[in-house]
Design a protein around this ligand. Structure first.
Ligand code: GLY
Length: 302
């Protein structure tokens, strides 16, 4: 059994953006799937699928990310290997083209888990991870959004999230390879107009990402401040452990915890230790694509 599920955000995705979101998650799934079918590892598949989403300007990750209050892009990402229990993450990092690749480097070539800011960029340069200018990451769409927000008297991310109108286009992937190993990863530009240095759930192991070969893997998308409060990814893993390994029910129950305890919105992708996939969201739409070796063709939904 091999299995892969990817997401490209959960929010009230407008009709005119539906096709781009579907095409983006489909493409990411195809690339990750080809890694798995060729015998690649779950970690390889997760990294490659997320790189595709980071390079796609549709999503709030890598190129096309939200711009912070200071007019800069600061990126968060994490990856976890459910076999080794090793993890790597970066937060509030600038000038890195593919944050998921840097997170993987930290997992595999350092004794640390989370590097932030300038230290993370320095690690990228020292380890041959592609760096870039701020301009390479900033798109016209996001520049316009940023200018529009600056022109307002006030802007509350919390209120916007409650109205489900913030484009929560964080991306993620969870995979199981032929060896039965599980990995998961998440990448984001965070929230629009965030305070410089703000860190969301995505790079926090247990909040945005978690993998344990004995149970399953999870990646989340949504309002980070709420996700952190309920340690979302690990909560879903624990629910799956207790419910006999049902990833769909665990994802749904995790969202019930999120809304009840933290008034949070978002989505979850999960798979269990048999490669069975579960997806849930409490937003009007969630971009996702998935495939297992038991399916003939991939499924793409929004
Ligand atoms: N879930 C993405 C963020 O809040 O940063």
């Amino acid at each position: 059994m091999i299995s892969l599920v990817v997401h490209g955000g959960a929010w009230d995705i407008p009709d005119e953006l539906v096709d781009a979101h579907k095409a983006g998650v489909h493409q990411a799934l195809k690339i990750g799937w080809s890694v798995l079918t060729k015998g690649g590892t779950a970690v390889d598949a997760v990294e490659k699928a997320i790189m595709v989403l980071e390079d796609n300007e549709t999503f709030d990750a890598g190129t096309g990310s939200f711009i912070n209050m200071a007019g800069e892009v600061e990126l968060d990402a994490s990856i976890m290997n459910g076999r080794t229990f090793r993890a790597g993450a970066i937060a509030a990092v600038q000038n890195v083209k593919n944050p998921i690749t840097l997170a993987r480097k930290i997992m595999e070539e350092s004794e640390h888990i989370l590097l932030v800011g300038m230290g993370a960029t320095r690690f990228a340069r020292e380890h041959g991870v592609k760096t870039c200018s701020q301009d390479d990451l900033i798109t016209n769409r996001e520049l316009e959004r940023w200018r529009e927000i600056q022109s307002r008297k006030s802007f509350s991310t919390k209120d916007a999230f409650r109205r489900k109108k913030v484009p929560i286009d964080t991306v993620g992937a969870v995979a199981m390879d032929y060896q039965g190993n599980i990995a998961s990863g998440t990448s984001t530009g965070g929230t629009p107009n965030k305070y410089p240095g703000r860190v969301g759930d995505s790079p926090l192991i247990g909040c945005g990402t978690y993998s344990d070969n004995e149970i399953g893997g999870v990646s989340t998308t949504g309002w980070g401040e709420a996700m952190i409060k309920v340690v979302m990814a690990k909560t879903v893993i624990d629910l799956m452990d207790r419910n006999g390994g049902d990833p769909e029910k665990a994802a749904q129950d995790g969202l019930k915890v999120l809304i009840r305890k933290a008034e949070g919105y978002g989505g979850v992708i999960a798979l269990n230790n048999e490669g069975k996939i579960g997806i849930a969201h409490n937003t009007p739409r969630m971009a996702r694509a998935w495939m297992t070796s038991e399916m003939r063709t991939p499924l793409v939904a929004i």
